[in-house]
Design a protein around this ligand. Sequence first.
Ligand code: HEM
Length: 504
Amino acid sequence: VLFVIRGRKRRHGEPPLIKGWIPYVGKALEFSRDAHRFLEGLQETHGDVFTVHIAGKYMTFILDPLVYPNVIKQSRQLDFHEFSNKVSPVTFGYPPVDHRFPGLKEDISRTFKLLQGDSLTPLTESMMGNLMMVLRQDHLEEGGGWRSCSMFQFCYAIMFEATFLTMYGGPAPGQRHSGMDQLRENFIKFDNMFPLLIAQIPIWLLGRTSANREMLLNYLLPKKLSHWTNTSQFIKRRSELFDRYDSLRDIDKAAHHFAVLWASAGNTTPATFWAMYYLVSHPEALQVVRQELHDVLKLSGVEFSGSEDVALSREQLDRLLCLGTGSHANKRGFGGLHVTTERPLPTESSINESLRLCSSSMNIRVAQEDFSLRLDAERSVDVRKGDVVTLYPKRMHLDPDIYPDPETFRFDRYMQDGAEKTDFYKDGQKLKYYLMPFGSGSTMCPGRYFALNEIKQFLSLLLLYFDLELEEGQARATLDPGRAGLGILLPAADVRFRYRMRRV
Ligand code: HEM
């Protein structure tokens, strides 16, 4: 009891300890109010490495990007899955993936490769068809004038439905699901509660969240999925493997599917919004990107007329340098997977620049033993078993030393002499990692290639088919700090924009 009340004491060799005066809660309130500002303040006082007591946990934050490679390397002592295995089941409603399901964890991990490599081609093609269908049926109106809309809602409606159809399939070829608006509404309501669920607030304390989640799970029950067509290989494989475990009930399988729905739509949709917002609010950038799109189509012998559907192939998407590409996430610096490629790497993109500005993912690892965490050749700090070691790349993304004028959107920030710019410096030293929206190391987001392609497809269609303008008299969109640390930030308020079909 005394330990809980007093909390722990800093030992020699450990980082500075910030506890707060409320037992258990510690600094949770300040952290959840605006994590970025909170950590910035602590960094000024305590330096780049410090431990904060937050809701019963001791979190050691590492804010110096130069030491990230060393920390990421120490994966034997720092485990990602311990945290996610504890939090995800409670959040999404499936039983913990433990000894009762031997092999399930490894089986699930193996399905991730169906989001990458050769599997990316059918996924990308399917997404293109679904995006085109939703756009054509809901938004493409020949000869229509300007239409006014809220941008976040617009992105959400299109991306949520097209992603859903691409991952889980539709009721019949070329058909849309009924009840999609209700499903999306419930998803958004659940998503709004996500930070509280991750903070392990019991779901029964969160109003109708439990009922919302039940509705979402009912939509994804195996007997429904089994009737749908054009389901992705990824979801098909997962359904097959869930069926091998007798102790998984249908509702548990639905909860696993729901976790993937959240992972695939929960971040991609706001990321799409920001990518669109920054382009529409920077007409000069939008013009360059649109021109590049037409150039790529022309290179492929396609004369865009606007009347027929566009089907940009994966290769064409890869050629869009200003927009960025799915393969971009492969390269060194972008979260850290080292893959060489024969193709010239794409230049910096406006999508990457918007991800730099809107992403706020923390990379969380749990210490498996008491050990000395090596930061660089001279420095190390002691951490205790169970402590949460956290990289917070947003500090790096907004560091003026690395990115001059960091709050400003510059679509060409990662371009240099027509090639990709990969050299970014901190204190005169070249950074190995400089853009990390998708996590790091072996646990990097497996959907990153697909996510980047989806965003690129959405923007391509938008720019090809529509004139786009922000409505006048509005304040600049700002980031809602509410889910800092948990992925892509939402806008604090929606913005109004106008669109009409382009005359080609
Ligand atoms: C995990 C970001 C889109 C599937 C993650 C992680 C991050 C992330 C930061 C944790 C990685 C770590 O801590 O090392 C994003 C962002 C996206 C996006 C910013 C969009 C802009 C997607 C999509 C899918 C997906 C489209 C699926 C189609 C997953 C899965 C995991 C994950 C399954 C868990 C991996 C594991 O348990 O090892 N994502 N993601 N994500 N993401 Fe994404």
